[in-house]
Design a protein around this ligand. Structure first.
Ligand SMILES: CC(=O)[C@@H](O)[C@H](O)COP(=O)(O)O
Ligand SMILES: NCC(=O)COP(=O)(O)O
Length: 238
């Protein structure tokens, strides 16, 4: 079964627009779980443009599905993850000023650094996933870091989907089979939506988790959060 982890970054974006507490990020996370989310993902960026450190501290004790914290493993991130000990930490190579995540790790040149970070996070009982591009050269080094999983960066798949979905998904199938061969768990995320999700799932049925935020929150403006989460869950049922 592929789990749906709902990324609530954009709920916090809306909340921050007025500086009060509407929408209430914690309430939305708990409602999302009640509506069928099988995980909650947050990405507390250094500039706190959306999810703040306090959001993470507030969410950690009340989220009952899998709590997944994404981020660049700097001192701030590592201390926050050590404090809340989420089910999963997803390491992304985003510089502080990135408008969004736009690439996976170069696990070849960063292998030693990632090895130490993965070991520290796992020592706190947190499962680790490493954000990765669909390029096979990065997968054996990823395995050598000791990470539990990799998360396929799916923006290239999404951006090419409408023109030629078979061509777009091909590199992902190739590296997914390699990941399975290496014993790496497989997550996926970024720019997945109601149009492209089912084909990805059909192409890689052994995906363990997809984390979806931007498109899901946008869809919820039209369909409502409960309906939207159910619509995304149905895309994952083969
Ligand atoms: C890692 C990834 O692809 C996304 O989860 C990312 O966290 C999105 O970040 P923004 O919501 O800040 O665009
Ligand atoms: N890891 C991907 C994620 O959490 C959400 O990405 P997006 O759906 O907001 O592009």
């Amino acid at each position: 079964m592929t789990k749906l982890s709902v990324n609530i970054n954009k709920i916090a974006t809306l909340r921050n627009a007025r500086g009060a507490n509407n929408p209430d990020v914690v309430k939305v996370a708990l409602d999302a779980e009640r509506f069928g989310a099988q995980g909650i993902t947050v990405h507390p960026r250094p500039d706190e443009r959306h999810i703040t450190k306090q959001d993470v501290l507030d969410l950690a004790p009340v989220v009952t599905t899998e709590f997944n914290i994404e981020g660049y493993p700097d001192k701030r991130f590592m201390e926050l993850v050590k404090t809340v000990r989420p089910a999963q930490a997803t390491l992304v190579p985003d510089p502080p000023n990135a408008i969004t995540s736009n690439t996976g790790w170069d696990t070849i040149s960063h292998k030693e650094m990632l090895k130490d970070i993965v070991a520290e996070l796992k020592s706190h009982g947190t499962r680790v996933s490493i954000f990765i591009n669909p390029e096979s050269k990065y997968f054996e080094p990823a395995k050598e870091t000791g990470t539990d999983r990799v998360e396929l960066y799916t923006e290239p798949y999404a951006s090419g989907y409408h023109e030629d979905k078979q061509k777009s998904v091909a590199p992902y199938i190739e590296v997914a089979l390699l990941a399975r061969e290496l014993g790496l768990g497989l997550n996926a995320g970024h720019d997945l939506d109601l149009n492209n999700l089912r084909f990805l799932k059909e192409s890689i049925p052994f995906l363990e988790e997809v984390s979806i935020g931007h498109a899901l929150v946008c869809d919820a403006l039209y369909f409502g959060l409960e309906n939207t989460i159910q619509m995304y869950r149905r895309q994952l049922e083969l």
